[in-house]
Design a protein around this ligand. Structure first.
Ligand code: SAJ
Length: 426
C-alpha cells in the first residue's frame, strides 16, 4: 500500500517513518521546503528520542520520501496543526489546505484519516469540502447505519493521536487507538490499517465520538492540573507547603492530585479544552474555568518574581528552564518561556537563562539587553535570585549549598530540601 502523510511535524514524521519501516511505501508531504529537504537527507528538524535513527532507516530503505506535493496513493493521513486563534476559537485552515491539496489525487477506494486533534464534526467537514472539490467521487456522510459496502467509494475516519512528546515512538506502537469513521464501513477499513502496525488495542466508534474522546482526555488533564494550581495559590496564601500537602493527600487510596507548576503548556492541553468550550459555551463551565486558572497561574508566578525582585537591589536572576515541560526541547505555548519573555528587565541587572535543551536563546529573547544563556553552574554561582520554571532532570542534582543565601522561587517543587527561611513558594 502507498500512504501519503500530510504534515511532517511531531506526529506526522514519526508516523510516516514508523509505517515506512513496516513496509508501506510512504510519501510525506509538508509545506516547508526546509523540512522536506532535511528529511530527504535522512535528518530531522525536531528533537524526539530515537526519531533520528528511525527516519534515517526509513529514508535509507527507500520507503520514505518527502515532498512538497502529494501524489496518488491508497491511504491519506492528515497530521497538520489545529491551533486556536487569539479569541480561543479553533483554526482548522491547515486541515482545509491539506485536503484541498490531496483532493486531485484521490481515487475510489481510498481511505482518508484525520489524525490532527480537531473540534467535533471536523472529519465531517472534510467530507463536505471533498464533495465540493470532487463531485465525481462517492464521499460518505455521517451516519451510524451500516449499509454501504460499495468498495468504489471513499472511506473517511478520525483516529486521534495521543502520544506523549518524549515517548512518541513507543507510544505510537503501544497506545490504544480510537478509530471513528464517519460511517461504520470507514471505521472498519481504518481499523484494518492500524492493526498492521499498532500493538495496542484498537477501539471502534464514530468520528464525532473519536474527536470528542481526544478533547476529553486533554480537558481531563487540564482540569486536574488546574485543581493542583488552584491549591498552590491557596497554600501560598495560608503559608502551607503545597508539595507536602499534595504528598500527604495522595496517600489516600482514591486521591491523586497532580503537580502544580507555572501554568500549562504544550500544543495540546493548553489548546484542546477551548475546542469543547467553543462547541458548547453554556455547558462547558468547569472546563473553561480550568483553562482560566491555569492561565492565571502564569501571571501569578510572573507577579511573584517581580515582587521578590522589587525587595532586592537589581538582582541577577537565574531562570531555570524554558521548555513547556521537563526533558524536552519543545517550547510551544511554554509558560516558562512566556514568563521569561515578560520579565521586566529594569528590575534585574542580569537575566541568566539555563536551558540544557537549546544552543542559543529563542528568537524572542535573543536581543534582549541583559539576557544570557548560560549553564547551570555558572548561573547558580552568579545569581542572587533563582527561579525554577521547568523540572528538568539536571536541576534535581543541585546541592543545597549551591543555593545558600539566595532567594529561590521553585514553581515545580524540585528542591524540597529548602529551609523555611528560603522562599520556596509554588
Ligand atoms: N503539567 C503540570 N502538572 C502536572 C502534569 C503536567 O503542570 O502534574 C504541565 C506540564 O508541565 C506541561 C503541561 O502540563 O506544561 C502538559 O504536559 P503533559 O505532560 O501533561 O502533556 P503533553 O502536552 O506533553 O501531552 C498531552 C498528553 N495527554 C494526556 O496525558 C491526556 C498526550 O497523551 C497527548 O497525546 C498530547 O497531550 C497531545 O498531543 O494531545
Amino acid at each position: 500500500h502507498k500512504v501519503i502523510v500530510s504534515g511532517l511535524g511531531y506526529i506526522g514524521l514519526p508516523t510516516a517513518s514508523l509505517i515506512a519501516t513496516k513496509g508501506f511505501e510512504v510519501r510525506g508531504v509538508d509545506v516547508s521546503e526546509h523540512i522536506v529537504d532535511t528529511i530527504n537527507q535522512g535528518k530531522i528538524h525536531i528533537y524526539e528520542p530515537d526519531l533520528d535513527v528511525l527516519v534515517r532507516s526509513a529514508v535509507n530503505s527507500g520507503n520514505l520520501t518527502a515532498s512538497l506535493e502529494p501524489s496518488a496513493g491508497d491511504i491519506f493521513i492528515i497530521a497538520v496543526p489545529t491551533p486556536i486563534k487569539n479569541d480561543h476559537t479553533s483554526d482548522i485552515h491547515y486541515i482545509e489546505q491539506a485536503v484541498t491539496k490531496i483532493a486531485p489525487y484521490l481515487a475510489p477506494g481510498n481511505l482518508i484519516i484525520l489524525e490532527s486533534t480537531s473540534p467535533v464534526t471536523t472529519t465531517e467537514k472534510i467530507g463536505d469540502w471533498l464533495r465540493a472539490l470532487r463531485p465525481d467521487l462517492s464521499i460518505p456522510s455521517f451516519t451510524l447505519a451500516d449499509d454501504d459496502d460499495n468498495e468504489e467509494r471513499i472511506f473517511l475516519a478520525h483516529c486521534p493521536e495521543r502520544v506523549l512528546p518524549g515517548r512518541i515512538l513507543k507510544e505510537l506502537v503501544d497506545n490504544t487507538r480510537v478509530v471513528g469513521g464517519v460511517d461504520p464501513a470507514s471505521t472498519r477499513v481504518a481499523m484494518d490499517f492500524y492493526r498492521s502496525f499498532v500493538n495496542g488495542e484498537i477501539l471502534p466508534t464514530n468520528s464525532r465520538t473519536a474527536e470528542m474522546t481526544k478533547l476529553t482526555e486533554n480537558a481531563f488533564r487540564d482540569v486536574n492540573i488546574a485543581f493542583a494550581n488552584e491549591l498552590s495559590l491557596i497554600a501560598d496564601q495560608l503559608e502551607i507547603d503545597v508539595w507536602e500537602l499534595i504528598g500527604l493527600a495522595n496517600h489516600h487510596p482514591r486521591v491523586n492530585v497532580l503537580q502544580p507548576g507555572p501554568g500549562v503548556g504544550g500544543h495540546c492541553i493548553a489548546v484542546d479544552p477551548w475546542f469543547i468550550v467553543e462547541a458548547a459555551p453554556d455547558k462547558a463551565k468547569l472546563i473553561r474555568q480550568a483553562r482560566e486558572v491555569n492561565l492565571y497561574k502564569t501571571d501569578y508566578v510572573l507577579g511573584r518574581i517581580h515582587a521578590l525582585a522589587g525587595t532586592m537591589y537589581q538582582p541577577k536572576v537565574a531562570c531555570l528552564g524554558l521548555s513547556f515541560k521537563a526533558d524536552i526541547d519543545d517550547f510551544r505555548e511554554s509558560p516558562a518561556l512566556d514568563i521569561v519573555t515578560r520579565l521586566d528587565e529594569r528590575l534585574f541587572s542580569k537575566v541568566l537563562v539555563v536551558e540544557p535543551h537549546c544552543q542559543r536563546l529563542p528568537a524572542g529573547l535573543l536581543n534582549r539587553e541583559g539576557f544570557e544563556l548560560v549553564d547551570l553552574d555558572e548561573a547558580l554561582a552568579a545569581a542572587q535570585m533563582v527561579v525554577v520554571l521547568v523540572n528538568h532532570k539536571a536541576f534535581y542534582a543541585v546541592a543545597p549549598e549551591a543555593l545558600q543565601g539566595k532567594t529561590v522561587l521553585d514553581t515545580r517543587g524540585v528542591w524540597r530540601f529548602l529551609e523555611p527561611g528560603q522562599i520556596a513558594k509554588s
